[in-house]
Design a protein around this ligand. Structure first.
Ligand SMILES: *Cc1c(COP(=O)(O)O)cnc(C)c1O
Length: 356
């Protein structure tokens, strides 16, 4: 049976990126060597990371004065590296979900954290709107897409202080005005590649202001100086990122991704909004294009398990909502084809016809 992969992360990647990565594992570019057994200092690998950085720059239109790094440790290590490198006394954070809370927790190790607004009062079902960013904060941290709750900030915020964004789950899903951010980071394993590599886009002028000594591996300047190769980088993961970036370029870039993502999300949100049984969990103007969360209406709550089984039987994978939301979550990343959305909608209609 055909599987429809709605996993939240690690998640669906372009088939061609997976096939080409598999080929490179067996024989990299006809060299007779596996991608897995060559030196990260070799010409072959240098060409891979150089092209990945160049394509990332091109696709996101990253200005010259920004660095692009591919590091280890996941987005979670960035929760610590950001304040370690950027916070002198105080930073501001927007609390929009579990990942934002985790970032806040790490920030508190390094100074004062001002949570300027939170949507915790309604289980993170909306993006707070009227908040003031303190002008004396060293930076303002946001999570653009809240993977667990399915809410998203789909515009570039104007911030009076350096803006830092965790874009783990919506990077390359839309064009971004990078110049409005001091830093953008994220784990690759949602929309960009396999687990194991973390991307960092960073404007150098925000560094060197804390007066605090920073251990070598946690210091961005180390990785900038060494071109992400102070130590051995996650070579394989970087290769698959490169293949994913090639695929995005081939299809027409991030503008095209946004178009496709909007069309896909619209189909599914419309199906939810017109449904007798299902209801979306997030306020309409805060809805994510990447993670679409919904539950069964009160009178049908006892049918959730049955629908889960039914959908599994139709090839749907990874649609169980996170335990803090319940119900269902369809992650609709760049690589998810519209056919999978259609299959999910058919599945909902069929179940409704029999049960509502
Ligand atoms: C998945 C995720 C993370 C955690 O990433 P790791 O690479 O596992 O540390 C952080 N932020 C967001 C928004 C995520 O979706």
């Amino acid at each position: 049976m055909k599987k429809h992969n709605f996993n939240a992360g690690p998640s669906i990647l372009p088939r061609i990126a997976i096939e080409n990565s598999a080929k490179a594992i067996l024989d990299l570019n006809g060299s007779g060597m596996s991608l897995l057994e060559i030196s990260h200092r070799s010409k072959d690998f240098q060409a891979i990371i150089d092209e990945a950085v160049a394509l990332f720059r091109e696709l996101l239109n990253i200005p010259e004065n920004y660095h692009v790094l591919f590091l280890g440790g996941g987005a979670s290590l960035q929760f610590c590296m950001v304040p370690y490198n950027l916070m002198k006394t105080k930073a501001a954070y927007l609390e929009t979900g579990v990942w934002a809370k985790k970032a806040i927790k790490e920030g508190k190790f390094f100074g004062q954290v001002d949570v300027v607004a939170s949507s915790a009062d309604k289980n993170f079902t909306y993006i707070p709107k009227n908040f003031t960013i303190p002008a004396d904060a060293d930076y303002f941290h946001i999570t653009t897409n809240n993977t667990i709750y399915g809410s998203e900030i789909r515009y570039d915020i104007d911030s009076p202080v350096p803006l830092v964004a965790d874009m783990s789950s919506d990077i390359l899903s839309r064009p971004v005005d990078v110049s409005k951010y001091a830093m953008i980071y994220g784990g690759a394993q949602k929309n960009l590649g396999p687990a194991g590599v973390t991307f960092v886009i960073l404007r150098e002028d925000v560094l060197g202001k804390t007066g605090r000594p920073i251990p070598t591996m946690l210091d961005y300047t180390t990785h900038i100086k060494e071109g992400s190769m102070f130590n051995t980088p996650p070579c394989f993961a970087i290769y698959t990122v490169l293949e994913t970036l090639r695929w995005i370029k081939e299809l027409g870039g991030v503008k095209k991704m946004e178009e496709m993502n909007k069309a896909k999300a619209q189909l599914l949100y419309d199906a939810i909004d017109n449904s007798k049984m299902f209801v979306g969990t997030v306020e309409k103007d805060s809805r994510s294009l990447m993670n679409i969360c919904f539950v069964m209406k009160e009178q049908y709550k006892d049918k959730e398990d049955a629908f889960m089984e039914f959908a599994k039987g139709k090839g749907m994978v990874g649609i169980k909502g996170h335990r803090s939301v319940g119900g269902f979550r369809c992650s609709t990343y760049n690589a998810l084809p519209v056919e999978s959305i259609q299959a999910m909608i058919d599945c909902m209609h069929e179940f409704e016809a029999a049960n509502a």
